[in-house]
Design a protein around this ligand. Structure first.
Ligand code: APR
Length: 280
């Protein structure tokens, strides 16, 4: 860690300590950047999903309910391939530091994640305190809505490759076990809305209202609910700490809120923060 980063981490530690001295939650909002060092591609980076896309389609067009309606097998194949990458990945020191933080502060830490990779839960964060606002790629749900409860994608699809194809039998095995209708990946698509029953949107806003500090980690700020959460926290006069390797729209809100934009990798910064806090 260079001197400049060390100084920023020092300021961040003060910010967290100060917040912990007040009432309210320590709300952590994560994006793809925290999983980058686990080998899960981000969306908008040079190797990102939205940058590279699939063989035949514009990337962002694939992540829509409209595309799924037209091309269910192609879309399923793309999600099964991405799911394989997530399943092969392991939590990195950034994920592990957040899991330690929840163990240390179970009543105060609230994790809101846009990541569908499930790595926070595998690192040890609890489902009760983790709001997966864009879903979880390991799960599917019935398109006919026969059950609101998403179910696990069968393990036979572990290792599904970028060029693998879904034959009729395999596609049939992805159907809803309860009613036999087609199932779909349990993720939020671009032409869909956040909601509470599936994506815990209202709970996330309630966390932001109660936050003593919002820590934003590894997100480009291109989605609406995360920006809304930052707005809620800033308007209530509470600070924002933005941890990212690059500049992003949260930096300006962080500055206005009396917080801090810390430029460094989550996998380096979060363990250092946790170490310092747990020692005090
Ligand atoms: N540490 C911290 N930040 C990092 C790191 C790292 N090691 N590596 C990359 N980043 C930052 C990038 O600078 C960028 O700001 O992570 C961010 C990744 O941005 P995106 O690829 O846009 O991912 P994200 O913000 O999570 O996307 C949000 O968009 O399309 C949707 O549903 C998709 O959940 C996703 C959402």
């Amino acid at each position: 860690m260079d001197r400049e980063l060390e100084d920023s981490v020092g300021l961040a530690i003060e910010l967290v300590r100060e917040a912990l001295a007040h009432d309210g939650g320590l709300v952590v909002l994560t994006g793809a950047g925290i999983s980058a060092q686990s080998g899960v591609p981000t969306f908008r980076g040079p190797e990102g999903h939205w940058t590279i896309g699939s063989r035949n389609y514009q990337p962002q067009d694939l992540a829509t309910a409209a595309a799924f309606k037209r091309l269910p097998r192609e879309i399923w194949g793309w999600y099964l391939y991405r799911r394989s990458i997530c399943r092969a990945a392991v939590p990195n020191p950034g994920h592990r530091a957040l899991a330690e933080l929840e163990r240390a502060l179970p009543d105060r830490l609230r994790l809101v994640t846009q990541n569908v990779d499930g790595l926070h839960l595998r690192a040890g964060n609890t489902l009760a305190n983790t709001l997966q606002i864009h879903g979880n790629i390991d799960f599917a749900r019935c398109t006919a809505g026969c059950s609101a409860t998403p179910f696990l994608v069968p393990s036979e699809f572990d290792g599904f490759g970028r060029d693998d194809r879904l034959d009729d039998d395999a596609y049939a095995r992805l159907a809803c076990a309860r009613c036999g209708a087609a199932a779909r990946p349990h993720v939020l698509w671009f032409d869909e809305y956040y909601d509470e029953p599936l994506f815990r949107a209202e709970s996330a806003i309630a966390c932001a209202r109660d936050a003593a500090l919002l820590v934003v980690i590894g997100t480009a700020g291109a989605t609406s609910l995360p920006m809304q959460l930052a707005g809620v926290v800033a308007r209530s006069g509470r600070p924002i700490l933005d941890i990212n390797t690059d500049d992003n729209p949260f930096a300006e809100i962080a500055a206005r809120s009396g917080g801090l934009a810390l430029r460094g990798s989550a996998a380096t910064v979060l363990p250092a923060l946790y170490e310092a806090l747990s020692g005090s």
